[in-house]
Design a binder for this molecule. Structure first.
Ligand code: NA7
Length: 554
């Protein structure tokens, strides 16, 4: 298993590899780096024209990571983390993309990545125990293993709004933004969607446009980013303490982000003490607002105290009380939809050239050639921005026709919701790994922490298989059922399922309502994965190469 030439699957195809990786975002790039280092032959197919995944596509104005840059970065290379200079507390998209390109160059990754190529189909052949992978350029290649590094927020979703196709002006989706600069100067712009992308882009578009009309279905909680330039001192403090910061993020912090952890519940403090703590976190800014107390995600009364505080802040910032009221989220507990991090989002509604239209009480009737019609009123616009999100977690996987044992498709198997063991594999689909898939902490965590953990686990697993001449490995059904039940049980012990979020698949009409990510925390999850591996991959079904004897290890 060390070169394409010596691969046993070579006989059917023009090209054969040990591993095909789908996607060249942060997951696919690190996977490739590890595979190469271990002597596996690998090919990465990437639908975009460059590396970076999410950060390649999401080029909308104001796009930034909501995890601080010193932590949203690879830890696998000490030189890389010591040498790369992040400029701001929250890196803007162009800088993250520059970093992705730097990593690709530094580790010479491009020569094994084929860009502008979609993987259309992957079919498992039970006789040869290999995958045939068909790409958009009409080629079929073979590989013993396939790794889906397709990303969780990569399948941008155009909403099904009446008349959208009749609009005469340009329509942009934040998740698939043009590579050329978009200039809104002098234009009346409509923005649909007030998730993270809408909240980040609205203030920037408002500065440029003649008028911005925001169409809001669900008001969202957002905390000020307090972004700013990083000083040398701040960077150096991180660099000096990286070993401990990275360890803490991997093992202790539930979401893979190093921060002071809460040691008490919200109802343990009186109202004044609570307010003081919320104020301090609000002033500090960022995602860690939710770490004030340890029960905000568990107890509705506790959660209400944080939600009330944020609603109070919105009322203080927004001058028009009617607009402030509309912007105050009331439909879900704070944090149960991904909390947003903004720069001047609420203050944007104090500008004379910005208006807010409530499309919850009056949904959009239709989009005409030059307007969005709501409750019989036409809101005239010249350009439309859709910040309407993604078919998250499963959307990009579902676009590939994946066929496992007995021709079953992954879409058939996941029709009632995604089923995986540890988020890593799905029963009936041997030698097919998923990075940060449903059933793993994934989008509830600092993605790079989770990506590195998955890639390292998969790499260890491939070494194990090579060492013991194992032909296939797949999730055992019993272990998978148990894991799916566990993921659900843990989620339902929290407030998260109370929100109609993309975590629940609720933003896609007809998608099963299942809480997809594992909410037990990255440290707990890592330990479970390590224990499973230490017990000979307990719960997975492993088949030897020459003797078709099944070793059920759990
Ligand atoms: P999100 O968070 O899924 O937000 C999408 C927004 O678009 C949200 O406000 C939706 O309202 C709204 N939406 C979606 N479809 C429609 C239709 N048909 N009509 C009106 N409004 C609609 O996507 P983002 O890109 O902002 O962020 C995704 C993640 O990226 C984010 O969580 C961070 O982790 C980074 P709804 O709430 O469904 O009522």
């Amino acid at each position: 298993m060390s070169s394409a030439q010596s691969s046993p699957v070579e006989r059917h195809a023009t090209e054969a590899y040990d591993v095909i990786v789908v996607g060249a975002g942060f997951a696919g790039m690190y996977m490739l780096h590890r595979l190469r280092g271990l002597g596996f032959s690998a090919r990465v197919f990437e639908q975009g024209g460059g590396v970076g995944g999410t950060w390649y596509w999401n080029r909308y104005p104001g796009a930034r990571c909501d995890v601080e840059s010193m932590q949203y970065s690879y830890s696998f290379s000490e030189e890389l983390q010591q040498e790369w200079d992040w400029s701001e507390r929250y890196a803007p998209q162009p800088e993250i993309l520059k970093y992705a390109n730097h990593v690709a160059d530094r580790f010479d990754l491009r020569r094994d990545i084929q860009f502008n190529t979609r993987v259309e189909r992957a079919v498992f052949d039970e006789r040869s125990n290999s995958w045939s992978v068909t790409t958009s350029d009409g080629k079929t290649v073979e590989a013993k293993f396939v790794v889906l590094a397709t990303g969780c927020l990569s399948n941008a979703r155009k909403p099904d709004i009446n008349g959208l196709e009749n609009f005469k002006g340009p329509v942009y989706h934040t998740g698939n933004w043009p590579h050329e600069p978009v200039d809104f100067t002098g234009l009346r712009v409509g923005l649909i969607g007030t998730g993270s992308s809408g909240i980040q882009s609205a203030p920037i578009i408002a500065e440029q446009a003649k008028h911005l009309t925001v169409f809001q279905r669900t008001a969202n909680f957002s905390i000020p980013a307090r972004n700013g330039a990083l000083t040398d001192e701040e960077r150096n403090t991180f660099r000096k303490n990286y070993p401990e910061i990275r360890r803490f993020a991997r093992e202790v912090a539930r979401n893979g982000i190093y921060a002071v952890q809460p040691d008490g519940g919200a109802l343990d403090d009186d109202a004044d003490a609570r307010r003081a703590k919320y104020e301090a976190r609000w002033e500090r800014g960022g995602l860690t607002f939710m770490y004030v107390y340890n029960n905000l995600g568990l107890d509705r009364t506790a959660n209400d105290t944080a939600a009330d505080f944020v609603r109070g802040r919105i009322a203080e910032i927004v001058r028009d009380p009617e607009i402030a009221k509309l912007l105050q989220p009331n439909s879900h507990p704070i944090g149960t939809k991904r909390i947003c991090i903004d720069t001047d989002y609420f203050a944007t509604f104090n500008r004379p050239n910005v208006s807010l239209v409530d499309i919850k009480s009056n949904p959009i009737e239709e989009i005409t050639a030059n307007a969005v019609r709501v409750a019989g009123t036409d809101h005239d616009i010249d350009a439309l921005v859709l910040a309407t999100g993604f078919d998250a977690m499963t959307g990009s996987v579902a676009k590939i026709d994946i066929r496992g044992r007995r021709g079953q498709t992954l879409n058939q198997k996941w029709a009632e919701g995604p089923k995986t063991y540890l988020g890593l594999m799905s029963a009936g689909f041997p030698n097919l790994f998923i990075i940060t898939g449903p059933g793993s902490p994934s989008v509830l965590s600092n993605m790079i922490v989770s990506i590195e953990q998955h890639v390292d686990w998969i790499a260890d697993c491939l070494i194990h298989m090579r060492k013991h001449s194992l032909a296939t490995m797949e999730a055992g059904r019993a272990a998978e059922d148990k894991w799916v039940a566990h993921v659900n049980e843990v989620a339902h012990g929290t407030l998260y399922p109370q929100a109609n979020s993309w975590y629940m698949g609720a933003n896609i009409p007809g998608k099963p309502r299942i809480f997809m990510p594992y909410i037990g925390g990255v440290g707990v999850y890592r330990q479970i994965c390590n224990d499973v591996a230490a017990k000979g991959y307990e719960g997975f079904v492993i088949e030897r190469a020459e003797q078709p004897r099944r070793l059920v290890t759990g």
